[in-house]
Design a protein around this ligand. Structure first.
Ligand code: ZN
Length: 171
C-alpha cells in the first residue's frame, strides 16, 4: 500500500522533541541491508541520523528434495483445512495453530525443514482431534494402503492412552 498523500516519514527530533523534519541525505549502509538517513529538524535545525532495516526476515522452507521456498502461511493453512473439514476444529483454531508453528519455526532460525512443519501440525492435531490427525498424516506421510492407516491408529492409541500399571499377582 502506498503511503497516504502528503505523508512524510517524520521522526521526533531528539533535541526539541518536535515531530517535523526533512531528510537531507539518504544512503545505503551495511552492504545494502540498511538505509541511513540524515535528517534536519525544521523547528530547531538540529541534525540526527535514522536507520532503516528489514525487521522480519523471510522464513525459508527446506523441502525433502533440498529445494528451498519461502514459507507461505496460506499453504500450510490449506493443508490443515482439508484435514480438519467436518471436525470440531474451526478456522480460528487452524489460524492459531499455524501461527504457533510459524513462531516456533522462526525462533529456530531463518530456515525450517518441511518435515519439521509437518510434525508440528501432527503433534497439535493429535491432541485436538484424532480424525483430523489421521487425515493430515495420511496426506503428509503419503499413506498408500489401509495397513498404513492401521499402523498410524495403533501408534496414536499408544501415545494417547494412559499407560496401565503392570498387574502383579498378589503374594
Ligand atoms: Zn528539533
Amino acid at each position: 500500500m502506498p503511503p497516504p498523500e502528503g505523508y512524510r516519514d517524520r521522526v521526533r527530533c531528539p533535541f526539541c522533541l518536535v515531530d517535523d523534519d526533512k531528510v537531507v541525505d539518504s544512503r545505503s549502509a551495511e552492504d545494502g541491508i540498511a538505509v541511513r538517513r540524515r535528517r534536519e529538524c525544521l523547528a530547531c535545525g538540529g541534525r540526527f541520523t535514522t536507520q532503516e532495516r528489514i525487521v522480519e526476515l523471510p522464513l525459508m522452507v527446506v523441502k525433502r528434495s533440498g529445494e528451498r521456498e519461502p514459507f507461505e502461511r496460506s499453504k500450510l493453512v490449506g493443508g490443515i483445512d482439508r484435514a480438519v473439514a467436518g471436525s470440531p476444529i474451526g478456522p480460528e483454531a487452524v489460524q492459531a495453530l499455524v501461527a504457533e508453528i510459524e513462531e516456533e519455526a522462526r525462533a529456530g532460525g531463518a530456515e525450517v525443514r518441511s518435515d519439521r512443519l509437518g510434525v508440528g501440525v501432527l503433534e497439535r492435531l493429535r491432541v485436538l482431534d484424532p480424525v483430523s490427525y489421521l487425515r493430515f498424516a495420511s496426506v503428509y506421510q503419503g499413506f498408500e494402503s489401509a495397513a498404513d492407516f492401521e499402523r498410524a491408529v495403533i501408534e496414536l492409541r499408544k501415545t494417547t492412552e494412559p499407560k496401565r500399571g503392570t498387574n502383579r499377582a498378589p503374594g
